[in-house]
Structure formats: C-alpha cells, structure tokens
Design a protein around this ligand. Structure first.
Ligand code: IMP
Length: 493
C-alpha cells in the first residue's frame, strides 16, 4: 500500500461476520499507523487472541498488539466511560501501554446514565444490546431541551464543569418521567424471578443511588482526560505525513440506521462511507474498501431475515430465548444436532446448524438466528459500499450440508415478492415479510478443508463455490476462513 492512504473494513450482513479475525489477518500482513473506530460503542465486540492471551474489545480499536500503532475513537462513536476504563484496564493487565496511543475525539458523545435507563426500558422491541446506544444517538438529534443540554460531547464535558449538572438533570428528569413504568417493570421482573435485573432497576428509584451514579459517571469520564483529542485535523495531519489509517467498522450494513432493516437496526451509520464522517478524515486518501460476510448467516435481535432457516418460527423461538430460557444450554442438552440436520424441517436444520456452529451471542449468549447465504443481499451490499475485497468466513461450515437432508449446499440467488421475481432487498418490513427466498443448490464437498492454507490446495468443488459467489455478487473474493483459529485462513488473491 502506498503511504498516506486509508482503508475501511465493514460487515455486509447483520453483524458477527467475524470482522475481527479478518482484521487480525490484515494487520498481521500489512502495517498501519493508526486503527480507528468511526461508529457505535460498547454494542460492538470482538475477541483478539495472541500468544494464548485472549481479550474481548468493545470500544478500543483493534491493533492493541502492535505497539507502534495508534488507536483512535472517532466523533461518530458513543462512549461509555466506565466500560471503556474497564476495557483499558484489561488491556493494561496484558502489559500493553495505552498512554500516548489511545486518542478519543472530543466530539464523540457520552453515553449518559439516563441513556442506559431508557435502553433498559424501551430497547426490548428491537432487541438491543442494552448499551444505551439508541438513546445517545437520539439525543444527538434532540440536542437540548430548553436550557438543558441532552447531547454531551466528551470534550465539552471535560472542559466545562456545568455539564455535570446537565447529566444529573437528564437522569433525574428521565426517572421522574418514567417512574411508573420503572415500578411496573420491577414488579414484572420480580414475578419472573429476574431479581438481578430488578435490583438494578430499583437503584433508579433511590435518590442517593442516583447521585452515586452521577458521581461515578463524573469520576470515570475524568479518567479519559489523557486520551482526549480536540484537533479536528488529527488524522488528516497524520495522513499528510505519510501515515496509513485503517478504519474498523462496527455492526454491519443491514444494521445501518437509515438503509438497514429499520427499526431493527443499530443507531449509527455502518456503511463504508461513514468511516470518513465518523472517523474525522476527508475521503481524499481513501484506498480500498474491504468487507466481510459469513457463509452461514446469522442475526441477533428482531427484524427481517429473508433467508432464515425456519422463517418466523425461528425468529419467535430465538426471541423467546432472550431472557426467558437460557437457550444455549437448553439446546445443547436437548438436541442431537446431526439428527436435526437430517430433518426435512428447515427450522430444525437451523437449530442443528446453530449448535454445530456455536452461533450464540459472545457476551449475551443469545441464540443467533441462522440463515442461508443470501447472494441477493450480498451483491446489493457489495455495491452499496463499493467493496474492493470480499472476505468470507466459515467456508468450511458449508461441508456440513453433506450430512443434511438437503439436496446440495443452499444459496439464495433471487427472491419472490407477490409472485414476481426480484433481485433487491425490499426496503420495507411489510414487503420483507412477504418475500420468499429462491434457493440454488450446489454439489456437496466431502473434504475437510480446515487444514488448508494455500488456495491451490482447495478442492475443485470449493473453488466452484467461490467462483459461483464471485459471479453472483460481482466482487472479487480475497480471502476465506476455513476454521475459527487465527491461522485457519486462505488468501485467494
Ligand atoms: P443496539 O446497537 O444495542 O441499539 O442494538 C440494535 C440492534 O443491533 C440489535 O438487534 C442488536 O442485536 C444489533 N447489534 C448491535 N451491535 C451488534 C453487533 O456488534 N453484532 C451483531 N448485532 C449487533
């Protein structure tokens, strides 16, 4: 790569495509001077592993293991100070330095205590991660209510002690507005024996506990002072001196707040173009867009998923798992996944695949809904983001279909909407619900490919699959994952 360029990496489906492992691979092959985040907050998450050391990052950009690399959290992100400090501590405990290395844009917005409360009260319908993401971005739009500032930027908070008062008023005002609802929720939780959650909610009804929350917010946010970056040209100046920048996207294209499956989306822009507005750089030096998808698709939370195994039945089943039953353990104990794979019922095949593929939320353990690789969506999202390099994880998992009742390896190649064939993802929920996937089957492959590292060693049928995907999505595949481990990766180009 030439000097003074930037690359962007994003996800093409519903998140959890394994962006982290592709990123790991790329950072191992190519040096970047800065790794930057441009959207989201602690709702994102990926695990890094090096020399047996494991760490889960949520807000800190990847690249912590490369000491010469700076880490930047852009203005498009939202900051949970307490969680960020905890994460910093986890990194420091690994012997990694973050001083003069981690920079946070002063224009990023703070996730205030009332945002966390609002997500607790209202996030269920969308199935959010309860990190206060939606309410924080929503307050960016609201800006202020009268004299009370609702959207508080990190830089503003640290520069002006008056903002402590706004944080307090925002919390007290929200509690008094929703007191009845909080009480009702506590009652419901106690009836269902969800006491931990009810204890958390009870804190909001106790004024001294509320003050503790405000004070903790203050202490934790002050701890970020050393990392504050107030120069809007921070990255621009670095790129002009020949430094390379890598933008790491969080969430994914289908979760984009405007073009995703609204309202079942996150609250930030997730498309590649957002890297520049949320990452605080002009797009003049953009080099390439890299994107990741997964050969067996998954989605957490509610909302349309046209290629889902078992359709609505699966959506309802997985939603029920959110809190009521601990579905991961229940499923593992109850089912023989190989038997489910041989079922004629797509819903059961989906459960079998989820168990075999371990498709459960990394922190929440929520069961992920699973689906067939949807090439209509993939093509649309490659075009929408202008993808130069496509990476596909879990290609090895496609081998599982040889043990299934299906006639071949399934791919969604078009849709039917109201008896018409369409080749785009409908933009409304109503149409998405009426849309049926049209499936093309390719021949099974029998070889275990998890040990392959060289493209020339891939079996003919696997290469045929890759060619088929490339032709359908009109985007070159640059790498594939053939297993969960860092090195189980094959470069195609
Ligand atoms: P929020 O971003 O916490 O508001 O959640 C909104 C929706 O986005 C929910 O369906 C979440 O499950 C989903 N979501 C948010 N972050 C991620 C992610 O990193 N991976 C997958 N889904 C996510």
């Amino acid at each position: 790569m030439k000097k003074g360029k930037s690359k962007v990496l994003i996800g093409l489906q519903y998140g959890d495509e394994g962006k982290g492992r592709v990123l790991d691979k790329i950072l191992g092959d190519e040096h970047f001077d800065i790794i930057a985040r441009f959207n989201g907050g602690a709702n994102a998450g990926h695990s890094l592993e090096i020399n047996g050391q494991k760490i889960a990052l949520h807000q800190i950009p990847s690249g912590i293991f490369y000491p010469d690399t700076k880490l930047y959290i852009g203005s498009g992100c939202v900051i949970n100070s307490e969680k960020l400090n905890q994460e910093k501590q986890d990194v420091i405990n690994l012997g990694i330095n973050l001083e003069n290395r981690l920079y946070i844009s002063g224009n990023s917005s703070l996730i205030q205590p009332h945002h966390l409360l609002l997500d607790r009260l209202f996030g269920n319908g969308v199935g959010t991660t309860m990190n206060g993401i939606g309410p924080t971005y929503s307050d960016q739009g609201i800006r202020a209510e009268g004299d009370r500032i609702k959207n508080i930027k990190l830089g503003e908070y640290l520069a002006n002690r008056e903002f402590i008062l706004h944080v307090k008023e925002n919390l007290f005002e929200t509690v008094s507005r929703y007191r009845d609802l909080i009480e009702k929720r506590i009652e419901e939780l106690e009836k269902s024996n969800l006491t931990k959650e009810s204890i958390e909610l009870r804190k909001y009804l106790d004024n001294s506990k509320l003050m503790e929350i405000v004070d903790r917010f203050e202490t934790e946010t002050r701890k970020l002072e050393n990392h504050l970056s107030t120069d809007p040209l921070f990255l621009q100046n670095l790129i002009e001196t020949g430094k390379n920048i890598f933008f790491e996207g969080a969430q994914s294209t289908m979760l984009d707040s405007i073009t995703g499956s609204v309202p079942y989306v996150t609250s930030s822009r997730t498309l590649a173009a957002a890297a520049y507005t949320g990452g605080d750089l002009s797009m003049k030096n953009h080099d390439k867009t890299l994107a990741v998808c997964k050969a067996i698709m998954s989605r957490v939370g509610n909302g349309p998923f046209i290629s889902e195994y078992g359709g609505e039945e699966s959506e309802i089943y997985c939603a029920d798992g959110n809190g009521k039953t601990y579905v991961k353990e229940v499923e593992l104990a109850k089912y023989d996944p190989y038997k489910l794979l041989r079922s004629e019922n797509m819903f059961e095949i989906g459960i079998g695949l989820r168990i075999l593929e371990g498709e459960y939320g990394a922190s929440t353990k929520r069961p992920r809904r699973v689906g067939i690789l949807d090439l209509v969506m993939l093509k649309q999202n490659c075009k929408l983001n202008g993808v130069d390099e496509l990476y596909i994880n879990k290609i090895d998992s496609l081998r599982r279909f040889k043990d299934s009742s299906l006639q071949g390896i399934p791919f969604v190649t078009s849709y039917e909407l109201d008896s018409k064939t369409i080749d785009y993802v409908p933009s409304t929920i109503a149409e998405s619900k009426r849309t049926k996937p049209v499936i093309t089957y390719l021949p099974f492959f029998h070889e275990d490919i998890s040990g392959i590292r060289d493209v020339s060693c891939l079996p003919r049928r696997v290469r045929d699959i890759l060619e088929f995907i490339e032709e359908k999505v009109e985007t070159p595949i640059h790498g594939i994952g053939v297993g969960p481990e860092r090195e189980q990766f094959v470069r195609i180009r």
